[in-house]
Design a protein around this ligand. Structure first.
Ligand SMILES: [Zn+2]
Length: 321
């Protein structure tokens, strides 16, 4: 039985490539088989790829899923990611320098802001481009509590395809299969437009330790493993990782930032962590925790929406860099 379902989103794909080998983006069917048995030979790459129809993308990962070779690609202008069959693309190795003019590489290598301290807290992009609206982001750190579904129902009530970025940890997915499926259904039905960011697998954290010795600054953190195991789990669950990474606790040093950048992920902070009392202004990246651990932030979000204080519209995270 085939584990892959091919979704013919591109009109004419069947005629261009023949019904046996459609080259539309791949959709992975969920399965009880563990991710490690389905997603294999997972490797970071940077390749410039062209399709027969003339599309161009950058590939950032190669893998096989249920025995089929796939690439995780990024549109270097829109930042949209998709999983594609490797056989449908002609790819060659490229470099950050060769792609430096693309919006994607410029987002990965933003100009230094001299007013900001050298990383540590709130690492990465903290405010969106273009000035208006707000970028709602939710962190799904590992949690024993259930997903705050009411928060997502409120977002969905704003209209079809309400954008929200969810930074999900592998540890959360592993414990919350039903909640994850529920979110996927909200996206599939068109209620929400969810961008999946990577929030690490194990999300290291020790209570009461200072930031400088906590989170990813704990000894022994294997950054590649934290990134790739979470991506593999997302892919095996039928989702496509975005180009965004959020450090646990938003804490990183310069070496960690460089490490994540070398895997072609854009670190994302937030200038409006609601539970910390940071009010949104136009263009803010707003942070809440819908994993049940921070109900005060969710409450504040709903109040800011009701009172018209939240800058609108809510915008997709791909517009933020
Ligand atoms: Zn977290």
């Amino acid at each position: 039985m085939f584990g892959l379902l091919f979704c013919a989103r591109l009109a004419g794909a069947a005629t261009a490539y023949g019904a046996e080998a459609p080259c539309a983006p791949v959709e992975i069917a969920t399965s009880p088989t563990p991710a490690a048995s389905r997603v294999k030979n997972y490797a970071p790459v940077l390749e410039s790829c062209a399709s027969e129809s003339g599309s161009t993308r950058l590939a950032i990962r190669r893998m096989s899923v249920d025995g089929t070779l796939l690439i995780l690609t990024v549109d270097p202008q829109s930042l949209q990611t998709s999983l594609e069959r490797a056989a449908c693309w002609r790819c060659e190795a490229t470099s950050d320098a060769a792609q430096a003019e693309t919006r994607y590489l410029q987002a990965l290598h933003p100009p230094q802001d001299p007013t900001r301290p050298p990383a540590l807290v709130n690492a990465g992009l903290i405010h969106g481009a273009g000035g208006g609206g707000a970028f709602v982001t939710g962190d799904l750190c590992p949690s024993r509590k259930s997903l705050d579904r009411a928060f997502f129902e409120k977002l969905a009530a704003l209209g079809k395809h309400t954008p929200v970025m969810l930074a999900v940890s592998g540890g959360w997915i592993a414990r919350h299969g039903a909640d994850f499926a529920w979110l996927r259904e909200k996206a599939r039905g068109g209620a929400l437009d969810i961008a999946w960011a990577n929030h690490s697998y194990s999300h290291p954290y020790v209570r009461r330790l200072p930031d400088g010795r906590n989170y990813f600054l704990r000894p022994g953190v294997d950054v590649d493993r934290e990134i790739f195991e979470t991506e593999k789990l997302m892919i095996a669950q039928g989702e496509t990782p975005s180009v965004f990474f959020r450090f646990p606790g938003l804490v990183a040093d310069a070496a960690l930032l460089e490490n994540v950048r070398s895997r072609h992920l854009i670190a994302l902070g937030a200038d409006s962590w609601l539970a910390l009392g940071l009010r949104p202004r136009p263009g803010s990246i707003v942070l809440v925790h819908p994993n049940g651990n921070e109900p005060i932030g969710i409450k504040l979000f709903l109040r800011l929406m009701q009172t018209g204080v939240m800058p609108l519209p809510l915008r997709p995270i791909n517009e933020a860099p």
